[in-house]
Design a protein around this ligand. Structure first.
Ligand code: C2E
Ligand code: MG
Ligand code: MG
Ligand code: MG
Length: 283
């Protein structure tokens, strides 16, 4: 009996695996089509506020995907798949063009958009022509130097450290700002951090959310912000959802706030209506 039950469980397990494989395959096929046509891809913009002045200092571009039958698919589901399958390269390229075109529209309409950061995954960062792509993108859309910046996770920078530094320096020479995303969750050595031509650390939202509740999180926030201050790096607290979290952050060296409390990711038109001002320059 036990054996029979075991066999049934195994069969159920197999059936479930099969269902999951099919689901994944379907999702991958759909994503492949989307990468080819660009249909259903969009970008949301989330503001980053200067903590002291309260001004919008930047925005993060976040990829959105709406599929006709699957509906809205969360980046948490499709980005990992895009990374595994390599589809992140065409998707990332589409995203960069969408962002550049949007920034061009805003500039041409006389608005003063802030710098916009796009997320780069490992494969994108390690493309041999990344720096050329970025330079050409700014030229093609006639954007001011550094209008588009980047966010990368620590883990990307752990391999091939000298090459990573070289690419970061080249981006920096173009005027682009680079932030380390989800900081605190990886394993960067502190001495390496000091060598990296990056401008900003984004403290991972998991630490912000447990701030004040967990001693460990407070200790990490204290350590990261203290270090950033010493190294002259800007710090973003991401995932700030409550007044209490904002309040708890007031004792640390934090320059920028990003989170649902201060502003959710929005469609471009809503973002512009809410946050963009006319460029003060005459003409
Ligand atoms: P991330 O780069 O750390 O982006 C921040 C994520 O936190 C976004 O989720 C944003 O909507 C969410 N968020 C912001 N404030 C809050 C808050 O106060 N509370 C909570 N609970 N969440 C907040 P989203 O848009 O779902 O993106 C998830 C992840 O997917 C991103 O994490 C990023 O790693 C990845 N991703 C999104 N767009 C792209 C892209 O164009 N390229 C690549 N390579 N990755 C992307
Ligand atoms: Mg990010
Ligand atoms: Mg982040
Ligand atoms: Mg994160």
């Amino acid at each position: 009996r036990a054996k029979q039950e075991g066999r049934n469980t195994y069969r159920l397990f197999r059936a479930e695996m099969h269902r999951q494989d099919r689901g994944r395959l379907e999702l991958e096929t759909a994503l492949r089509n989307t990468a080819e046509t660009g249909e259903g891809l969009g970008v949301h913009y989330q503001p980053l506020f200067d903590r002291d002045s309260g001004e919008v200092h930047g925005a993060e571009a976040l990829l959105r995907w709406h599929h006709p039958t699957l509906g809205h698919v969360s980046p948490g589901d499709f980005i990992p798949l895009a990374e595994r399958s390599g589809l992140i390269l065409p998707l990332g390229e589409r995203l960069m063009h969408l962002v550049a075109a949007q920034l061009r529209d805003w500039l041409s309409a006389g608005l003063a958009p802030p710098r916009v950061a796009v997320n780069l995954s490992a494969r994108q960062f390690w493309q041999s022509d990344l720096v050329t792509q970025v330079r050409e993108l700014h030229a093609a859309y006639d954007l001011p130097p550094g209008q588009i910046g980047f966010e990368l996770t620590e883990s990307i920078l752990l391999d091939k450290q000298q090459e990573a530094i070289h690419t970061l320096q080249a981006l920096c020479d173009l005027g682009c700002r680079v932030a380390i995303d989800d900081f605190g969750t990886g394993y960067s050595s502190l001495s390496y951090l000091q060598e990296l031509p990056v401008t900003t650390l984004k403290i991972d939202r998991s630490f912000i959310q447990k701030l004040g509740e967990s001693r460990g999180s407070s200790a990490i926030v204290a350590a990261v912000t203290g270090l950033a201050k010493e190294l002259g790096l800007r710090v973003v607290a991401e995932g700030v959802e409550t007044e209490a979290q904002l309040q708890a952050l007031s004792r640390y060296h934090v320059n920028l706030i990003q989170g649902f409390l201060t502003g959710r990711p929005l469609e471009a038109a809503t973002f512009a209506a809410r946050y963009l001002v006319r460029d003060g320059a005459p003409g």
